[in-house]
Structure formats: structure tokens, C-alpha cells
Design a protein. Structure first.
Length: 98
């Protein structure tokens, strides 16, 4: 999924707002280049509960042995249901597919 759809922007801005509230600072997700998540070097996923987007996360490869997780977020009402783990598993599965 591309990084730029409205659902991705809403979720990443919710993550930023939460980080600002907790820590007083946060990266601006709009400053992340969309190409960072273009396959084959990256991937950005959105998790849905029914038709409602409730979580997101991206991975980008830094080199052949190192990946960076970016903008991993699950909305408050959807937490504690394994959505974050599911997103990470999907990222990992995408790297093992031919």
C-alpha cells in the first residue's frame, strides 16, 4: 500500500499527536518521503477492523542486513488485540516471498 492515502496520513498524524503529548516532540510523518516505502526497499501497511483503519506501520531497508520500522501505530481502542504484532508479521512475510 502506498504511504500517501488519507488513512495513512490520519494514522501517522495521530501517532505524532500522541508522541507530542507524551514526550513533547515527534517527527513529522509528512516529512518522510513516500518513496521510502516503495517496494522492494520498503513497505507500508494499514490494518483495518471492519472498514475502519486502526493501525499502520512501515519498514524500509537500510542495507541487506538492516531494516528500520517507521510510523508503527495502533489506535487506542484497537490496542491489546495483536494488531501491531500482525503488522510486523506481515512485513516479515513480505520479505520472505519470492
Amino acid at each position: 500500500m502506498p504511504y500517501n492515502p488519507p488513512d495513512a496520513r490520519r494514522l501517522t498524524q495521530a501517532l505524532r499527536a500522541e508522541q507530542l503529548g507524551l514526550y513533547g516532540f515527534a517527527d513529522d510523518p509528512d516529512a518522510t518521503p513516500e518513496a521510502d516505502f516503495d517496494p522492494p526497499i520498503g513497505l507500508f501497511l494499514i490494518a483495518h477492523a471492519g472498514d475502519k483503519p486502526v493501525g499502520c506501520g512501515g519498514v524500509r531497508l537500510l542495507d541487506e542486513h538492516t531494516a528500520e520500522i517507521k510510523h508503527m501505530y495502533v489506535s487506542g481502542v484497537a490496542r491489546a488485540h495483536g494488531i501491531g504484532r500482525y503488522l510486523l508479521e506481515q512485513h516479515a512475510a513480505s520479505r520472505t516471498r519470492p
